[in-house]
Design a protein around this ligand. Sequence first.
Ligand code: ZN
Length: 409
Amino acid sequence: MSLYQNASDLREELSELRRALHREPELGLDLPRTQEKVLAALEGLPLEISTGKGLTSVTAVLRGGRRSEGKASAVLLRGDMDALPVHEDTGLDYASRVPGAMHACGHDLHVAGLVGAARLLADRRADLPGDVVFMFQPGEEGMGGAKIMIDEGVLDAAGERVVAAYGLHVFSTVLPQGMVATRPGTVLAASDAVRVTVRGAGGHGSSPHAANDPVPAVAAMVGALQTMITRNLDVLDAAVLTIGSLHAGSAGNVIPETATFDATVRSFSEDAHRRVRAGVERVVHGIAAAYGVEVDLDYQEQYPVTVNDATEADFALRTAQEIFGGARAIEAPRPMAGSEDFSFVLQHVPGAFLGVGACPADRDPATAPMNHSPQAAFDDAVLPDSAALLAELAVRRLDRAEAAAGDAR
Ligand SMILES: [Zn+2]
């Protein structure tokens, strides 16, 4: 029986786990109840399990039965576990019971899919020519949990550096249910967070000459930043800068002391990333000087560009096509503007990040509410597929590593 066939037997069990996670979402790096559920789900499997220090991660290592001592390769499979500060509005019977928290990005499915992969691979343990590291990660949503797990040693959890890493993400929209998509090279954007605080001197609205108004300086920055983007970047290597929050003052006849704004920046290459950062610094400081105000610029680089290794992306796509049929696995025509801290993993080891369509059957993927929406819904039906895909990637990649080692001998 193939892994794909075995996976369908897990359907109910994985769906139950996913729904339990969905009912009780947790935010950030500290997910004690989620961690408990993962540990319970892995109980009885032949895994070496450790938990995180700076976060509630779970790292599990499966030792292959055919691993050769000293020469075994390891492959990493990753699932993120955290929810979002969103108040669920789906009306589902397993909807969040925690006010203000929701698995609106489908990470509950990632956890269940990875548990499924662990079950499938544990059954095949005797045939595995190497080890598999399962990375259950908190804090993907802005907290950089992947980076903390890397610092705590997840890439070397099997005793040697993993040769490849794979992760997948479900989507409530765009992709039809069951469709797998990935691409070589850039697959997701880099994200930066920018906060600008302009300080002038407050005063009476009737007498701006006797004050130092920060508002016109901020207004000039808002426009100039958009112009900077269009004049500094290759049109085919785009970036976007959105100022989503802007605040100054409390009354129409009072000149405020300060004005602030917050922006997010998304870019798709290191070159564009560098250009935007340099441009923001130039524009903000230049305009502040021109208007005679003080400025504080806090430019936080959050997540880097997620870059799939070309060979690994091709291998992952071919694997998906062989499991599910060619029509259900496509090369994505372009990257997406979301960002991911799996990018940190791919900075250290080659690998691939894949998208899986999880739009419920009664919704149109073209118009269904997107990930992060309070109405976003993800169909359990994709769990056996997710588990089979992750498990199959690990098996085939370990076989490939064994063949390469054989050639080298
Ligand atoms: Zn996500």
